[in-house]
Design a protein. Structure first.
Length: 400
């Protein structure tokens, strides 16, 4: 399955990629991570801090070239499901706990990014979440009250506060802080490179094609080699439509674009990241070299179209949306792509140990906050492997 089609932007921004060899021998390790995207790279980073664990990553592609290279790099503690909606769905305690976990994952991402030897273009940033219509203002009021009650960093903006900062009018908005933006491709590549210096072995072009449970763990077969592992972590993203269906997740597709660099972004207040209450939503951010990254127009189909003309046309539609908000900027389309995108029905990721196949873990960050969920998954799975428990794992169970 092609996880994305069209012209991706991020892989053109980073030339320091390490090439990972294909596995051509039989090896053993403590933890085998299947998938070297954002989820696998963060799991490897966190597990490699545990000196006694010998970690291997395999990826059927070159690591980092799956969905993580199509990601637009907005990192937010708020989920696509608003806190007050989750409170109705899961109960107040669990919903708040989930938002706190995402906030902690954001802090972990900040810390990890600041400690890397190379800069993954990680910038702290606020998010503007605007009401797309007058009808949605009541939702934002409920959300503001829920976030304030539980001490999440949020401000409420009236229409006049928005129009004094931006060249567009919206009836209301929330501003959250503690968020960030990143070059997701660079982030993954740097994480992987640093993992190898901590002893993690990484193999590209190495699909997992079969696994058997053994007394001590698993025997995992690839095309030219076998891996004996005590534990397996599946960080396989949106690749497996059979698994997605079993879990009860939807695979859709979404479009994203990057513009040519603009001479000035002065009309974009503090370059806050922007998204909205409508579903599917439009979202936008800027880059250090003055480009705009934006996405949306989700479609109810899993496979990204091969038709370049269609991707270009959707890209132009997203560009028009940017122009509607920032008419003076006159942005020009530079890159446009379409990618498969997975969402669970309740908006939460799938993280934890398989209920029957013990020793087999899943780090599947299904949802708009896939990076934040991957971070959360990495810390939870590390605790499940090293301490045999994590208080949050029940929330993300594959059986829910
Ligand atoms: C258009 C778009 C925009 C997005 N924007 C954002 C955003 O702004 N912020 C955010 O947080 N998230 C965003 N996401 C979500 C985010 O991209 C994903 O959640 C995240 O990148 C998934 O990382 P991953 O490691 O799970 O998947 P991937 O990066 O796809 O990595 C999984 C890897 O597993 C490998 N694999 C699969 N099966 C096997 C096998 N059998 N054997 C070996 N290897 C295998 C694949 O080759 C792949 O490299 C966006 C997604 C899309 C599509």
């Amino acid at each position: 399955m092609n996880l994305h089609n069209g012209r991706l932007y991020w892989p053109e921004t980073y030339t320091g990629i390490a090439q990972y060899p294909e596995l051509e021998e039989n090896i053993s390790c403590d933890v085998l991570i299947v998938g070297g995207g954002m989820a696998g790279a963060l799991c490897a980073h966190v597990l490699s801090q545990e000196k006694e664990l010998d970690v291997v990553i395999i990826d059927r592609r070159q690591p980092g070239s799956g969905s993580s290279s199509a990601n637009t790099g907005l990192l937010q503690f708020s989920s696509d499901k608003m806190l007050h909606e989750l409170m109705e769905q899961k109960g107040e305690q669990d919903a708040v706990y989930f938002y706190q976990l995402c906030q902690n994952a954001m802090k972990d991402l900040h810390k990890i990014a600041s400690e890397l030897a190379e800069d993954p273009e990680f910038r702290s940033q606020n998010s503007l979440y605007f009401a797309s219509s007058n009808e949605d203002v009541s939702k934002l009021v409920l959300e503001y009250e829920a976030l304030r009650k539980h001490e999440f960093p949020v401000e409420y903006l009236e229409a006049s506060d928005i129009s004094s900062r931006f060249p567009f009018s919206k009836p209301a908005a929330l501003v959250t802080s503690g968020d960030a933006e990143v070059n997701p491709y660079k982030f993954v590549q740097i994480l992987l490179k640093e993992a190898t210096t901590s002893g993690v072995r990484i193999y590209g072009q190495t699909p997992l094609i079969h696994k058997n449970k053994t007394v001590h763990g698993f025997t995992c077969e690839s095309e030219k080699g076998t891996i004996e592992a005590r534990y397996i972590i599946f960080a396989t993203g949106y690749e497996n439509d059979f698994l997605a269906a079993q879990l009860g997740a939807d695979l859709n597709r979404s479009y994203a674009i990057v513009t040519e660099p603009l001479p000035s972004l002065k009309t974009w207040y503090n370059e806050w990241m922007i998204w909205e209450t409508k579903r599917p939503y439009l979202y936008m951010r800027t880059t250090e070299d003055g480009r705009i990254v934006a996405g949306g127009l989700d479609e109810d189909k899993a496979k990204a179209p091969l038709n370049e003309g269609l991707i270009e046309e959707r890209g132009e539609r997203i560009l028009q949306k940017i122009i509607e908000h920032f008419p003076a900027l006159s942005p020009k389309l530079s890159h446009a792509w379409c990618a498969t995108f997975g969402e669970s029905h309740d908006g939460l990721p799938y993280i934890g140990e398989h209920p029957i196949r013990l020793g087999e873990y899943y780090c599947l960050g299904f949802g708009g906050n896939g990076t934040v969920y991957s971070m959360l998954g990495a810390t939870i799975i590390k605790d499940l492997i090293t301490k045999n428990s994590h208080p949050a794992s029940r929330l993300f169970s594959m059986e829910r």
